[in-house]
Ligand binder design. Structure first.
Ligand code: ATP
Ligand code: MG
Length: 330
């Protein structure tokens, strides 16, 4: 029997989930998922609508109880450590909620009062970092989606988190807001904070994350480093129009590492090729007297892989396989 007062090892992972599962009304939302997030890592959780991202993050935040599996946060479990298992953990799922009739700052003061400790002393810096600016003096009821998102991040920072959990933090943000959040996340990770964030956008995750879990129908279709994911990615796909598509198709037939096909509407060619191979093809077209009129990236390598792994559509929970049910300790 573990001693409930024993301290976790100093190098414990921020998140160590094994076989975590949750169903709603008989439908599987998370189907026995393993997840490890190390300190100072930015971990992306990507997946189509209904993949189970919010449910997974809700379990980590203690908002939804798992049906099965084990969860350790910095080595601590809810069973052994109670509410202390979530010391140093902050974040929100879906839209962060606040009192609409109070200002942003007043909401933070209220939260800091509830959190206790030195949370109050962090209000000014949390507001500055989140980039809310003068909007902090306005009532939250009048906030845009992006302003609420920024206030949600400020509220999380009050807790001086070592694990920050953000559910689609850039949804509703303008491009400058997205850039701010990305910079903030990288800076926190540089200070050793583990950041786990969800997103629909593979390309956004590529630019921001060290590790990635691609979820589909409650399962991890991929779990590894960004570099490992890139290694597995197929060639990107381009759309090509030329002065003579028929001839352009003929030029393509003799080369490997290159797949050229006519689009269904006959108006363009689709080309799948790595960069060097594509360069060779374009040069070959020129040599054959065929002019390239447009050449545009249609699906990046990572997006292609994402679609391959997730089937390209929303998850169908009803068809998800049964999770192996293990007893949740505690
Ligand atoms: N409170 C709930 N009650 C019933 N079903 C739920 C509940 N929360 C989630 N689900 C179901 O669980 C599955 C996973 O939902 P979840 O919200 O975790 O997906 P998601 O990956 O966050 O999707 P999105 O990208 O749309 O936010 C869906 O089929 C959803 O309908
Ligand atoms: Mg969600």
């Amino acid at each position: 029997m573990a001693d409930a007062s024993s301290e976790a090892p100093a190098v414990a992972a921020a998140v160590e989930a094994r076989g975590l599962a949750r169903r709603f009304d008989g439908a599987v939302a998370v189907a026995g998922l393993d997840l490890t997030v190390g300190p100072g890592r930015v971990h992306g959780l990507v997946g189509p609508n209904g993949a189970g991202k919010t449910t997974l993050l809700s379990m980590l935040l203690g908002l939804v109880r798992p049906d099965a599996g084990t969860l350790r946060l910095f080595g601590r479990t809810h069973g052994e450590h109670g509410a202390r298992a979530r010391d140093g953990v902050a974040g929100f799922v879906e839209a962060p909620r606040f009192y609409p009739y109070l200002t942003g700052r007043a909401n933070l003061e209220l939260l800091a009062g509830l959190d206790g400790g030195d949370a109050r002393s962090r209000i000014a810096s949390a507001l500055e970092v989140s980039g809310l600016g003068d909007a902090a003096k306005a009532k939250v009821g009048g906030y845009s989606v992006g302003m609420r998102q920024r206030l949600g991040i400020a509220a999380s920072l009050l807790r001086d988190p070592r694990l920050l959990i953000l559910d689609e933090p850039t949804s509703g943000l303008d491009p400058a807001g997205m850039r701010d959040v990305a910079a903030l996340v990288r800076r926190l990770a540089g200070d050793g904070v583990a950041v786990l964030l969800s997103s629909h956008d593979m390309d956004e995750v590529e630019g921001l994350c060290d590790d990635v879990t691609i979820m589909h129908a409650g399962r991890a279709a991929f779990d590894g480093t960004m570099a490992e994911l890139r290694d597995r990615a197929p060639a990107p796909e381009f759309l090509l129009t030329t002065s003579d598509d028929e001839k352009a198709l003929d030029v393509a037939t003799s080369s490997d590492g290159l797949v050229v096909a006519r689009e269904a509407d006959g108006e363009a060619l689709s080309v799948r090729a790595a960069r060097e191979r594509l360069d060779e093809y374009v040069i070959a077209l020129g040599r054959a007297g065929i002019a390239v009129r447009t050449l545009a990236l249609r699906t990046s390598a990572l997006k292609s892989l994402f679609f391959d792994l997730t089937g390209g559509g929303p998850a169908d929970a009803a068809t998800a396989a049964e999770p192996t049910l293990e007893k949740v300790p505690g």
